[in-house]
Design a protein around this ligand. Structure first.
Ligand SMILES: Nc1ncnc2c1ncn2[C@@H]1O[C@H](COP(=O)(O)OP(=O)(O)OP(=O)(O)O)[C@@H](O)[C@H]1O
Ligand SMILES: [Mg+2]
Length: 290
């Protein structure tokens, strides 16, 4: 783990709210990711985690709130967000299934190549140089993500776990400063999950900050410097893994058990007290009748 307090903020979301008609999927959410930090975003199904990602990456325009990256406000346009330095993967894998593994990575690379359309059409020396460099970088990323030897396979023929790795390789191809991963180990076996943990650490060691949504708590608490918990669209708790792990509100949110001060808890306590009183009275009555 890194000490992060000293590193400057990379991503800052302030008061982000996302409403769909009458449903508020994300409510007044603040979130900060610092340089070289791995931040976990957890919460039960439907908590609003993916919606928050979509707000951070320009897929949605938040109903309220702002998102800044390196101090500059981000426009709600995915390609401009990628250009600014944020890359992501998707909960539901989004690859080009009929393209090869290498081509999928090259697609992710295009935001970083300066060669324009005419240069590409004319296939001049500038284009060829850029193409060679991009291809070399794409191969490096395939090695890095554990897809060595798969360059010419069609994306759709890769096993599920490798498709998730390919999504990461493609995201890294845009040379991001921040990588957002939406459930990177979903559908993976334990070995693949451990390999993905090592990959995320290696990504951070290359200077890329990571914001990751995961339901695998071992993954989250092993990796993250900081964890934020989203429940019903609101950030319930955040802190270091140990603090979050032992917070009774977090445990309750996952197990569905009430905690002190929870909505409805006062009524539940009253009912409990009344039941205890009734039981006592009954016991006293029984004693008397003996
Ligand atoms: N485009 C949309 N239009 C309307 N409602 C939406 C839309 N996207 C998400 N929602 C709703 O917003 C809420 C939050 O959904 P979201 O997908 O962000 O949750 P999540 O935390 O990512 O859940 P999971 O862990 O299951 O992936 C849900 O009630 C969902 O039905
Ligand atoms: Mg989701």
């Amino acid at each position: 783990m890194t000490t992060v307090a000293a590193t400057p903020p990379l991503l800052t979301a302030t008061g982000v709210t996302m409403r769909f008609g009458g449903l508020t999927a994300v409510r007044s959410c603040d979130l900060t990711v610092h340089e070289r930090q791995i931040v976990g975003l957890i919460g039960p199904n439907g908590a609003g985690k993916t919606t928050l990602f979509n707000c951070l990456t320009g897929l949605y325009t938040p109903t309220e709130g702002t998102v800044t990256y390196r101090g500059t406000r981000l426009p709600a346009k995915p390609h401009l967000v990628t250009q600014a330095g944020i890359a992501r993967t998707f909960q539901n894998i989004r690859l080009f299934p009929s393209m090869t593994v290498l081509e999928n990575v090259l697609v992710g690379r295009h935001t970083r190549t300066k060669e324009g359309l005419f240069s590409a059409l004319l296939r001049g020396p500038g284009f060829r140089r850029a193409e060679t460099a991009s291809t070399q970088r794409a191969h490096e990323l395939l090695d890095f993500t554990g897809l060595h030897g798969k360059a010419d396979h069609l994306a759709r023929n890769l096993p599920y776990g490798e498709q998730r790795k390919l999504e990461i390789a493609r995201a890294l191809a845009s040379d991001p400063g921040l990588l957002l991963l939406d459930e990177p180990t979903a559908g993976m076996n334990p070995q693949e999950t451990r390999a993905t943990e090592r990959l995320v650490l290696a990504i951070r060691d290359q200077g890329v900050a990571v914001l990751v949504i995961e339901h695998d708590m071992r993954f989250i608490f092993n990796l993250c410097d900081h964890v934020a918990v989203l429940v019903q669209g609101e950030k319930l708790v955040e802190g270091d893994p140990r603090t979050v792990q032992s917070d009774e509100r977090v445990i309750a949110a996952y197990l569905g058990t009430p905690y002190e001060g929870a909505p409805g808890q006062a009524e539940a306590s009253e009912v409990e007290a009344a039941e205890a009183e009734a039981a006592e009275a009954e016991a006293a009555e029984e004693n008397e009748s003996r």
